[in-house]
Design a protein around this ligand. Structure first.
Ligand code: UD1
Ligand code: MG
Length: 455
């Protein structure tokens, strides 16, 4: 059975108080909409249609970067969820399979739950995803009779006994595409909100001899975001899950509650992650690597048995090969650190290639920016860069080469050469003692004057 997804994402999200469309607010570093797309993608949909409205251009861009195949349709006025789904009809022209409707602001629906909905579709024309709400509040109520779903009643339109029902509508619905659009055409807006309710298709279907059911999922999966507080709660839920998964996969974390993951963080087994490490998007860490406390990683790769931090910053485009070491207060950007190379203290390495088993002394800086353009630094294998070397790029230091501490390297260093780029040292015998004497005498005279001034 082929599947199409319709993701509703036109709502404004007034309570977010934001210029950004609600579905583009991020959870685990990815827009909520991307989470919905990813959950849906597990069904291998033949087509995906995102219904955008508020901030449609921004939504279009975000969709393009997460799912290039997805179509976007624009719902100009938000007249209700049935009206929103109807906007997708032209984009599904000629599609004969099942449609699953998801919300762009509900990021946690699991693949397993969507598969269960597909399975339930074998026995029913419409399958609705419900949940048993701890606090049913304003959710639509699912009126069941055995395993038959009789109707869905929106809270605003519900009488007291219906409001007492705690089995609620998540918003996710599965149905045959043709039947879905036929039913939607019959939906009116004579209700408390004056909106076209998608939920009305259940009663309409049953009146036409079709069947409907609801299956339940965990309430945590249906968590929707309507406010910044909800967004923060969604982030907490996401982090809790990501930490649990990492532990499950064999990652050691001493204080998992302090480690922050992104939606796409990948960490191999037997890696050790110390407290207060932040994984921004696009990070992979291989088995056996050790990321020490207070490090921030983004868009980078950490090889096997590499050691990072404490207090390291790995920026996008950085690759650490196996057994590389990046120590405290070191920033690496867009650089390749080859096997066993060490950059252990207080350095900035940008747009560079650091050769196998090289040692970069503390305080070394690649001067990669001339104020207008970025330039590259290449360091050969087994090179030794003395502490506090300024590598003025573009520049190349050869294999087995050395630079003296405090050097400013502006020219390439041949393989095996020692480069010294600093002023010659001059020693003046006895001069320090003389200087000390003069200075102490001056200080005593000054102190005396001040003392006299006070009296
Ligand atoms: C909806 C359901 C309710 C369910 C609840 C779960 C209906 C009528 N009600 O209510 O049964 O318990 O979700 O959260 O379906 N949207 C559009 N275009 C529109 C209207 C909405 O794209 O014209 C999108 C919104 O952006 C949102 C989703 O559809 O992602 C749900 O809309 P919302 O207004 O939040 O519906 P609820 O009143 O919460
Ligand atoms: Mg809602």
């Amino acid at each position: 059975m082929s599947t199409a997804l319709i993701i509703l994402a036109a709502g404004k999200g007034t309570r977010m108080n934001s210029d950004l469309p609600k579905v583009l607010h991020r959870v685990g570093g990815a827009p909520m909409l991307a989470h919905a797309l990813r959950a849906g993608a597990t069904l291998n949909p033949e087509r995906t249609v995102v219904v955008a409205g508020h901030g449609a251009d921004a939504v279009r861009q975000a969709v393009a970067s997460h799912d290039a195949q997805a179509a976007i349709v624009v719902q100009k006025a938000q007249l209700g969820t049935a009206h929103a789904v109807a906007q997708a009809a032209p984009a599904l022209e000629g599609f004969g399979g099942d449609v699953i409707v998801l919300y762009g602001d509900t990021p946690f629906i699991s693949a397993e739950t969507l598969k269960r909905m597909q399975a339930a579709r074998l026995g029913h024309d419409i399958v609705v995803l419900g949940f048993h709400a701890a606090d049913p509040g304003g959710y639509g109520r699912l009126v069941m009779e055995g395993d038959t779903l009789r109707k869905i009643v929106e809270f605003k339109d519900a009488d007291a006994p219906t409001r007492a029902i705690t089995f609620c509508n998540s918003g996710v619905i599965a149905a045959d595409a043709g039947k879905l659009f036929e039913l939607i055409a019959l939906v009116g807006n004579e209700n408390a909100s004056g909106e076209y309710y998608l939920t009305d298709i259940v009663a309409l279907a049953r009146a036409r001899g079709l069947t409907a059911t609801a299956i339940a999922c965990d309430e945590a999966e249906t968590l929707g975001v309507n406010s910044r507080a909800d967004l923060a709660a969604a982030e907490v839920a996401f982090q809790r899950r990501a930490r649990a998964e990492a532990l499950e996969n064999g990652v050691t974390m001493l204080a998992p509650e302090t480690v922050w993951f992104s939606h796409d963080t990948r960490i191999g087994s037997d890696a050790v992650i110390e407290p207060y490490v932040v994984f921004a998007p696009r990070v992979t860490v291989e088995s056996g690597a050790h990321v020490r406390a207070f490090s921030h990683l983004e868009g980078c790769h950490v090889g096997r048995d590499a050691i990072v931090g404490p207090y390291a910053r790995l920026r996008p485009g950085s690759t650490l090969a196996d057994r590389a070491r990046v120590g405290n207060f070191v920033e690496i950007k867009n650089s390749e650190i080859r096997t066993g190379a060490k950059i252990n203290h207080l350095s900035y390495i940008g747009d560079a290639e650091i050769g196998v088993a090289s040692n970069i002394g503390g305080g070394t800086i690649t001067c990669n920016y001339d104020g207008v353009m970025k330039h590259e630094t290449t360091i050969g294998a087994r090179a030794f860069i003395g502490s506090d070397t300024m590598l003025v790029a573009p520049v190349r230091v050869g294999e087995d080469a050395m630079t003296g501490s405090g050097s400013v390297i502006t020219q390439d260093v041949p393989d095996g050469a020692l480069a010294l780029g600093r002023a010659q040292q001059v020693n003046k015998p006895g001069m320090a003692r003389k200087l000390f004497e003069t200075l102490r005498f001056k200080k005593a005279r000054r102190d005396k004057k001040r003392e006299a001034g006070k009296g």
